[in-house]
Design a protein. Structure first.
Lengths: 320, 142, 502
């Protein structure tokens, strides 16, 4: 009798051991093959470039290669709508952007809802920035606001797409300052910048990264950060000028629904580790990206916060 | 109405297509509707012009040669091939598709030996392409 | 400058250039794989190299791919990349009548010439040229697109009405999906798969290649005639053609360079404009579309010139001149290279080494192109259709899928192919549809943007019609449209005068 009871005990103990260490083992084993990092935009864009910055660091920490895949379409909506149909074992991750993933479902039927996207980390943002050509008569943001208030609609400001981050930023800007500008949508940041450089439009509602790229050819009038951006030390923040606008496009990583929680946490930790690397930070800030840390635990609050911040503007733009 | 007015069928299709396109533009914003309306009108008017010309002038048309059965089968094959790709994976589907395509594309009745040789060649092509893309170019295949 | 030249001649860089051209040519030749894809796929490999070498590798692949597109265009009537659309107009008829090897050789030399012109422009006059890129605003793009669309009417082989209808159909197709301006979601039937619209590469393959495949199956005749003269490369003949066509060659190369400089306008537009101009001014006009070598010369030299031309705005302004340039730009950013006017000032040698590398790659294209071309032609014309058709089927399946790893694209391709086949039976060519598809977005965005700007400044009319470059383009459009009428009239007047004088 003692033998079988001992035997039973042994079986139970080993079963318990397996049950508790099983997930741990899976986590320790993860990843077991190369990771696919899907970017919903064309190569060369902000999402792609930052992912490529992350790539070598991630590969070193994870011990597996990270393959970057580009899946553009409909301003990112095509990929985000497909996210949850991908394998949910953690070996496929996708780049996400806020406000895009909040705006798009609010404005029309894009095949996914904001809640469908399971984000694990937001690791940087590109702050909104108002840019004008170097030879523009506007020396300060106040000049621009004055002009736009006196001549409503006469000032043309370009941006990438309709119902996108740039568009949203221009609506918010108008709400906060009372200036009325005509937003001219372009098929991407690059065409908008071309138009600014060529003097076709008065300015652009763009990102700090574009200002850094264009160098002396543009003048940034303000940036939407808490403190001045290191790459653009002479440019005041909106806050300094009395306008309460901090934000931009927050980029992060998401996984398909159903990915085990331990794996999500591991991915979140890994990205956090990459973010903490000084070399990585240097690459990002030099190009104008603001490194930010919103790990897995803080994501729901972050999304709610952003949703509230955009609410009035979304209503103004005709969405729900 | 004789069926020798071959352009009548396409013109009817075009008129319907143009009308549909225009109907959909009613739900669009002012800006968004401009080019679809342009295209819709173009198709509509083009279809009408085509019909008028067909009835009035009845221009001589050359009948495209060749039978219809094989191309239609081939088309169905391509469609099935495309739909099955994500389901059954690139290599198996393509091997099947290629062999079937070969069967449809024979110029004259083939000898058994050449059938085997050609099938082998096609299998080789599929494998080569799969390797090229999957390994070398790192494009994940279904 | 000498050091930069020597820098490009290092064994490593030379190998890169050679390998790049070969790989690029093969990839570009496969229907469904475009130059953009070729470059995108190879970018990761360049991260381990120093910037100059990486750029040379990417530039070589790009050059090879643009050139390689001609093979599929000539031999299978499917442009391997959108840049080769105009090549197929005369290249394929040439192949059908047995001159395929000549067409391939001509395109090889023409491409090399065009590529060299583009690279030289990059080397010597890049910064001033970049200014041109900036002068093109939304209005100019709109008129340029209209010009392109008007070419449809002129280039339709005899059946203008059907060509125009095809163009409108392409225009309609281009509006499918979510709009850049206005944000409407159009013609998607509620399908999220269609939100991104009709992608050009699956459409290109579907509209061109599928009907060809179906034709192969329907017809008992061999696909293209075997070579008349036993399959040599017919170099002397090709060179003679080029010499005869030298004005065309030079003009097309310049056109290609300039169009390449304009962001958003790539090889397809360049080839088309050059082709149309060649046709307009050629004494051999009637043969265009039926296998006129001049057409191939024009198209190939122009599209290869866009490689060098496209780098001008890319390197000087940081704005990609053509889609592959966008990818190369990203690669540069990751390497830490900042483009812009500072690039030329601070890292002038980098730019020069790269440009020399590009020149060398273009020159290397001649021997590699001839060899690959001869092999390609021999192979395609001698493989029995029962192997050729399925093999092409495999390629287009993966080609349509590989662009964005989207299985829906493959289905899109087949559906469009079916429509194109039916349309062809009714007498509608695929080229106008494809052109409508490519130019539609450019025209629409340009139009609406110009409207917004014009409205904001209160000068709508002046916006569309008051700008010098636009007026130039409008003039050219009208000229091209009415030229046949003009030249007829002139000929008739001349005949009358001769009669009166005699």
């Amino acid at each position: 009798m003692t033998i079988t009871r001992r035997g039973l005990g042994a079986v139970l103990t080993s079963a318990m051991l397996v049950a508790t260490t099983g997930p741990l083992m899976a986590q320790a084993d993860f990843p077991t093959r190369p990771i696919t990092y899907v970017i919903p935009f064309n190569p060369g864009g902000e999402s792609d470039v930052t992912a490529r910055f992350q790539q070598p660091f991630m590969e070193e920490i994870l011990g597996q290669s990270v393959v970057i895949q580009s899946r553009p379409g409909a301003g990112g909506a095509t990929a985000w709508a497909q996210l949850n149909s991908l394998e949910a074992d953690g070996h496929t991750i996708m780049n996400t952007i806020v406000p895009h993933t909040i705006l798009q479902p609010a404005m029309k039927d894009v095949g996914y809802q904001t809640a469908d996207i399971e984000n694990v980390y937001f690791f940087h943002y590109t702050p909104d920035a108002i840019l004008v050509p170097a030879d523009s008569p506007f020396q300060t943001l106040q000049d621009l606001i004055d002009f736009a208030t006196e001549n409503p609609g006469a000032l043309t400001m370009g941006g990438s797409g309709t119902n996108t981050a740039n568009h949203l930023a221009s609506v918010i800007f108008g709400d906060l300052t009372g200036a009325t500008v005509t937003y001219v949508p372009f098929s991407g940041s690059a065409p908008a910048m071309t138009a600014v450089l060529g003097g076709q439009i008065g300015g652009a509602m763009s990102y700090t990264t574009q200002a850094v790229k264009a160098g002396d050819q543009v003048r940034a009038l303000a940036v939407a950060t808490e403190e001045r951006v290191p790459a653009l030390p002479d440019v005041p923040t909106f806050l300094e000028l009395g306008i309460d606008h901090v934000g931009g496009a927050y980029r992060g990583v998401a996984v398909p629904a159903g990915t085990p929680d331990e794996i999500k946490q591991r991915l979140s930790d890994v990205i956090g580790e990459v973010n903490a690397d000084p070399e990585f930070q240097r690459q990002m800030t030099e190009a104008g990206y603001q490194v930010v840390d919103i790990p897995l635990g803080e994501i729901p609050a972050f999304i709610e916060n952003r949703r509230a911040a955009y609410a009035t503007a979304i209503e103004r733009m005709g969405g729900s | 109405m004789t069926w020798t007015h071959r352009d009548l069928l396409p013109s009817v299709v075009l008129i319907l297509l143009g009308a549909y396109a225009l109907w959909e533009t009613l739900a669009m914003s002012t800006f968004g509707a401009i080019f679809p309306r342009l295209a819709g009108f173009g198709l509509l008017l083009g279809g009408i012009a085509l019909a008028v010309r067909a009835v009035w002038r009845n221009p001589p048309v050359t009948r495209p040669h060749g039978d219809l059965a094989r191309p239609l089968l081939f088309l169905a094959l391509l469609l099935g091939w495309a739909i099955l790709l994500p389901v059954t994976g690139f290599v198996p589907t393509s091997i099947g598709g290629a062999i079937l395509a070969m069967a449809l594309a024979f110029e004259e009745r083939p000898a058994a030996r050449s059938v085997l040789a050609q099938s082998a060649a096609l299998v080789g092509v599929v494998v080569l392409v799969a390797l090229l893309f999957g390994r070398l170019l790192l494009v994940p295949l279904p | 400058m000498i050091e930069a030249f020597l820098g490009a001649l290092t064994p490593f860089n030379l190998t890169l250039a050679l390998a790049g051209v070969i790989v690029g040519t093969i990839i570009g030749a496969l229907p469904g794989l475009s130059a953009t894809m070729a470059v995108a796929v190879l970018v990761p490999f360049t991260f381990t190299m120093d910037p100059a070498s990486g750029l040379i590798a990417l530039g070589a692949v790009y050059t090879g791919a643009i050139y390689g597109g001609a093979y599929a265009a000539i031999l299978v009537n499917t442009p391997g990349t959108p840049a080769a659309i105009a090549t197929s107009l005369d290249g394929f008829p040439m192949a059908k009548r047995g001159d395929g090897d000549l067409a391939v050789t001509i395109s090889c030399f023409a491409s090399a010439f065009g590529g060299i012109v583009g690279a030289l422009a990059l080397l010597f006059v890049a910064p001033p040229l970049a200014v041109i890129a900036l002068k093109f605003g939304p209005v100019e793009y709109f008129w340029l697109a209209i010009f392109g669309l008007s070419l449809i009417a002129v280039l339709s082989k005899g059946n203008t009405l059907k060509g125009l209808i095809g163009g409108f159909a392409g225009l309609l197709l281009s509006t499918v999906g979510s709009a850049v301006v206005g944000g409407d979601v159009r013609y998607t039937f509620g399908e999220p798969a269609l939100l991104g619209g009709i992608h050009i590469i699956p459409a290109l393959i579907g509209l061109y290649c599928v009907p060809v495949l179906l034709g192969m199956v329907a017809d008992r005749a061999p696909h293209i005639e075997r070579a008349k003269t036993g399959g040599g490369t017919r170099i002397p003949e090709a060179l003679a053609t080029l010499w005869r066509s030298k004005v065309n060659l030079i003009r097309s190369s310049v056109v290609g360079t300039v169009v390449g400089i304009l962001p958003a306008a790539g090889g397809a537009v360049a080839g088309l404009v050059a082709y149309s101009e060649a046709r307009r001014t050629s004494p051999d006009r009637a043969n265009f579309g039926k296998g006129a070598p001049d057409g191939v010369v024009a198209s190939e030299s122009a599209n290869s010139a866009t490689v060098g031309g496209g780098f001008v705005p890319t390197l000087v302004l940081g704005i990609p001149g053509t889609p592959p340039d966008a990818i190369i730009l990203g690669a540069l950013m990751v390497q830490g290279i900042r483009v812009g006017p500072q690039l030329f000032a601070e890292q002038g040698d980098l730019v020069q080494t790269f440009t020399f590398g590009l020149l060398i790659a273009t020159l290397l294209m001649i021997p590699t192109g001839l060899v690959i071309g001869r092999t390609a032609f021999r192979t395609i014309s001698s493989i029995p259709k029962s192997v050729l058709a399925p093999a092409i089927g495999v390629l287009i399946m993966i080609g349509a899928y590989a662009v964005e790893q989207n299985p829906n694209h493959v289905i899109m391709m087949v559906v469009l192919g079916a429509l194109a086949w039916v349309a062809a039976r009714w007498g509608f060519e695929p080229s106008p549809i494809v052109l409508g598809l490519i130019l539609g977005p450019i025209a629409e965005q340009g139009f609406v943007q110009a409207w917004l700007i014009g409205n904001a400044s209160g000068d709508l009319w002046g916006q569309y019609f008051g700008r010098p470059i636009s007026l130039g383009i409008i003039f050219f459009t009208i000229l091209t449209l009415t030229w046949p009428w003009w030249s007829d009239r002139r000929a008739r007047l001349k005949a009358l005068r001769e009669e009166a004088g005699a």
